[in-house]
Write a protein that binds this ligand. Structure first.
Ligand code: SF4
Length: 189
């Protein structure tokens, strides 16, 4: 699922065109709060690694946000390690893989957490608002909410992809990084 490198200057634009809802949400909260709890840092951090953000850019990205909240010094002391760790540069040097939809859907975010799958973990009201922000409405919205009610979260995400790309996604969505790759294929063609 690895794809070409992405650069930091394109990240805002890529987030609004090609990130799945789970990652849009984390990205938006990070920009808003300049902070994410551990579960969110892992879910978004590994996704960004998977879409091709290099370690140096990842450090710069997280540092720019976190330093506004906790200060650059504390970021370097307490948070930089775990980002290098995600890239296999610390500890056991495991190269951690981005989370699949299944793993994200099964996660159990608590209050103040922003990780998880919005199709599973948002209230109906919040989910509708988030989908609205992506430009989803009308019939597509009804179909998506129908899938959600039947607990077909990945199908709801697939329908969201189709509604926002005006294209079909025959394989269905099973991984946030796959969502990103499919989206880039459509927007770059
Ligand atoms: Fe993210 Fe997968 Fe949920 Fe879509 S179905 S929002 S890609 S976890």
């Amino acid at each position: 699922r690895e794809c070409a490198e992405i650069s930091l200057k394109d990240i805002n634009q890529l987030a609004s065109s090609s990130f799945p809802l789970c990652m849009r949400h984390l990205f938006g909260k990070l920009k808003e709060d300049h902070h994410l709890k551990h579960g969110g840092r892992m879910q978004l951090g590994l996704f960004l690694k998977g879409v091709g953000l290099k370690l140096e850019d990842a450090l710069a990205f997280w540092r720019a946000e976190f330093s506004q909240k906790v200060g650059a010094e504390r970021f370097d002391k307490e948070y930089a390690y775990s980002i290098r760790h995600n890239y296999g540069k610390e500890g056991k040097r495991t190269d951690y893989t981005p989370y699949s939809c299944q793993k994200i859907i099964m996660s159990t975010p608590s209050t103040g957490d922003h990780h998880g799958c919005p199709f599973r973990h948002f209230s109906e009201e919040n989910l509708r608002a988030a989908l609205n922000k992506m430009g989803v409405g009308g019939r597509a919205m009804d179909d998506i909410m129908d899938k959600v009610r039947n607990r077909h979260y990945q199908l709801a995400c697939t329908l969201t992809f189709e509604a926002t790309h005006a294209a079909s996604c025959e394989t269905g969505i099973n991984h946030p990084n796959q969502y990103f790759v499919e989206s880039r294929k459509i927007f770059q063609s």
